[in-house]
Design a protein around this ligand. Sequence first.
Ligand code: NOJ
Length: 633
Amino acid sequence: MAVPRRPNQRRSEQRGPVAGRPERRRQGRFPGSLRLPGIRPVALPAREAAGWYRRSVFYEVLTRGFFDANNDGAGDLAGLRAKLDYLEWLGVDCLWLLPYYPSPMRDGGYDISDFFTIHPQLGSLDDLVAFLDEAHRRGIRVIADLVMNHTSEDHPWFVESRSSRDNSRADWYVWNDDDKRWPEARVVFVDVETSNWTFEPKRGQYYWHRFYSHQPDLNYENPEVVETMFGVVRFWLDLGLDGFRLDAVPYLFQADGTTGENLPETHELLRLLRKEVDAVYPDRVLLAEANQWPSDLVDYFGDGDECHMCFHFPLMPRLFMAVRREQRFPLTEILTHTPEIPKDCQWAIFLRNHDELTLEKVSEEERDYMVAEYVKDPRMRRHLGIGRRLAPLLDGNRRLAELLYAMLFSLPGSPVIYYGDELLMGDNVYLGDRDSVRTPMQWSPDRNGGFSRADFAQLYLPPLMDPVYGYEAVNVEAQQRNPSSFLHWIRSILQIRRQFDVFGTGGFDLVSCANPSVFAYVRSPVPPAPPPEGKRKAKARDPKPQDPVSQPPGTGTNPVLCVHNLSRFAQAAELDLVRWAGRTPVELLGRVPFAQVGGGTYGVTLGPYGFFWFELLEELSQGSVVPGIGGAL
Ligand code: NOJ
């Protein structure tokens, strides 16, 4: 793969992708970077910058579905800005915006028709910058989806490319004379597409697409494509974004005799991208969306020189499997098969997102099991998975939802909450494709759930109105008023989590226990790395650094024991805590000390779907037992 060191842009791209857009001008060593006049993104304090994504809780938000500030029936960036108070109150650290680009919306905006601006329904670039400034002022970071793999067939690049075999963008996409090449590559949307090739009569050729046939794949063998897409990255980082979720990264290249996934060329491209980003935009994050097995997933971190983060896809369905089987095995198995990741990298972990509950990375037998357990109506199936939100998947069982969140917030990785799941919002399986889980955010019991004052018929999707999950029953206003609501519970547990860095950056050790329904582990501080060779001598004379495991309580520097009961019945467990003998577990929600750990096993009893998080204190001081913010829990 030849990637140019110098841009190779056409005049039209250098001018800026749409008429009337301010001129791009050179900045740093990145030609093509853009500053809009009068727009100066607010930077976050450097002090908190390094590795911020490892200590962050992410919140995935559909701008179109969050809040409609101009009452045209779709949420917008101004609406998102108006709801920053709520997001700050909730206590999330970084927002992930689903695609906000112009698009014919045949794949929820993942079918982009212009990479350089905002979908007019959602607002303008000015709205984005105003939103970023306000978010940053509150210490909230923002990343956005970027689809590098493909465009919409409506994108002018593709319109030109498909028009003939000899136009100036003829090889910006992947073309072939027949549809026989790369038979090993699977069809991802297997329920909708029958091939990765679609015929284009104007060229008398087939184009390649890994997803919908209206989403042609870009050709990364073409250096012009590489440089143009790197220009897209610079464009948005210049506007102040804190990073990207890189959609569908495993498929950027194709090669004979391969499945076209995770190819070395793809990794080479990501390394190059990372280098470019790091050089000019420190502390931004690249989050890979790669629905792969753990052994392939870790390659997206490279040697710490590819993506900073990567979704742990195989963990997600196993959380649902484990609670249905009431056994920890699916979790311990996948965690045991998850390799170590490079320093400064981080998993992104999640329960639900804007897509179906994917069942790609489970065995056939496990898939059958999940379908049998979680699909009550064939209409709930989407692609290879299940198109439902968290609460309906759990039959609205709050205790079970708390248990799943407790695991999400304590397992290694940065948790990602899907908008509305903090309320236990429902879904609408009668809507097409993944729209079942993309209905408007429910703010209040008012008209349209307080989401918009447009006429109901004008809304981008109908809000939920059923008696169980409809906006009259489930909404932010009601839950904010009720201190025992699920929303308050989430907020409180996030506040507790925030006090313990170990949840984000600590080590992970499974705790053995004979009861298979109990899933226990310790998150411990990782000792600081030894100083580099040259500095060691001088350091030796320094006072011995304090053992990080004997820090004062509540400082986030003590190990935390997490114990979860995956069963719907009460359970007793004998935990092997010998390594922690002499310590006193202090339960974190109420800061209540439990019996000291002795030399034998440690007995714990848990209620149905119950869990405990304990700080393991070496010495119990007065400060250990304080009425905590967990009081409301
Ligand atoms: C992954 C996105 O999450 C999904 O919504 C989309 O359909 C595919 N990528 C294709 O872009």
